[in-house]
Write a protein that binds this ligand. Sequence first.
Ligand SMILES: Cc1ncc(COP(=O)(O)O)c(C=O)c1O
Length: 387
Amino acid sequence: MLAYLDHHATTPCDPAVVTAMAPWWSEAFANPASRLYRPALQAAAAVEQARARLGAALGVAPDAVCFTSGATEANNLALKGVVEAAAERGLSRRRIVSLVSEHRAVRDPLAHLHRHGAPLTLLPVQADGLLDLNLLEQALTPDVLLLSVMAANNEIGVLQPLAAIGRLCRERGVLFHCDAAQAVGQIPLTTEELGEELGIDLLSLSGHKLYGPKGVGALLVRPGVPLAAQQHGGGQEGGLRAGTLPVPLIVGLGVAVELALADREARALRLAPLRDHLQQALESLGGVTLNGCATARLPHSLNVSVAGLDGTRLHQRLRRQIAVSSGSACSQGSPSHVLAALGRSRAEAAASIRFGLGRGTTEADITTAITAVSEAVNQLRSGPTGW
Ligand SMILES: Cc1ncc(COP(=O)(O)O)c(C=O)c1O
């Protein structure tokens, strides 16, 4: 059986989440905006309960939660919404600062904004994928309106120093957006858990990355942050994001976030040693190098490059036994811009393997992965074009 080790791409929806969503499809199906009859009020109450659950789990007030279709939409709303709101107020601050290693769901809206006149600074990352805080400090000039830095990288799992970044932004009056699609439910993010404030003004999250349903996510907006709506219509979500609310998905998201936070620590403590064992076994094959920082990293994340091998042939051999990816699932075959940012060559990036362990990952899955990679590497190295 195929061992699923691609939890950065998506996670299986937890059966308890599926159960919680079930009544809201065909039985309690009323539109929460209808308001005039009981089933609609019940649907509206279910949405508000999910909002409260999400807010409580992440340490924000319920009205800071704006439901979206996922992290892509949340990022678009945050980035375009801040820029548009600033333009409407005639602010002289217009520059956006971000990182070269951001997900395309940030980079593409930024490129769009840049094409429409917003000055943009894309900072490099260091060889381990971490942002250089001195460089950031220099880049946060008085014309900077907004900084967008992801919490955890989807390819290499590297965790950026959010609290230090947040402090720099606050000191300079810069708004801080964080794409936390890979971090919520995986690492501590609340002030209560961390003992310090992250200083994030806008945070994007996604249901299907945390054992919830696909097609739902949220943007958390700090009260008072000026944000222009990007989708206009029926005035839902306080006018910020119009459209009939997908009640089952929202209910599922609320439950999924709670469940993901409830087992987060135990999951991390179980998965990190499995991940480390996988890493050591692969490194012992020789010519295998870790991509990204070894320490500031998601506990379930491993990305390695195998020297001297053809990436296409490597992945052709692996795919019969393990579900993993090379670079980002969203990069559609183009070489990984994240690995390029770390200084990896095209060939090294192509011969990279991203492993994402998850709630259902077993020791047997890790054994399968070690065997699959070892066999593939040995076969390719002994072949005519190998080492
Ligand atoms: C860091 C990051 N941001 C955004 C997204 C897009 O999320 P969604 O699928 O919810 O639109 C992903 C998904 O791959 C991601 O990893």
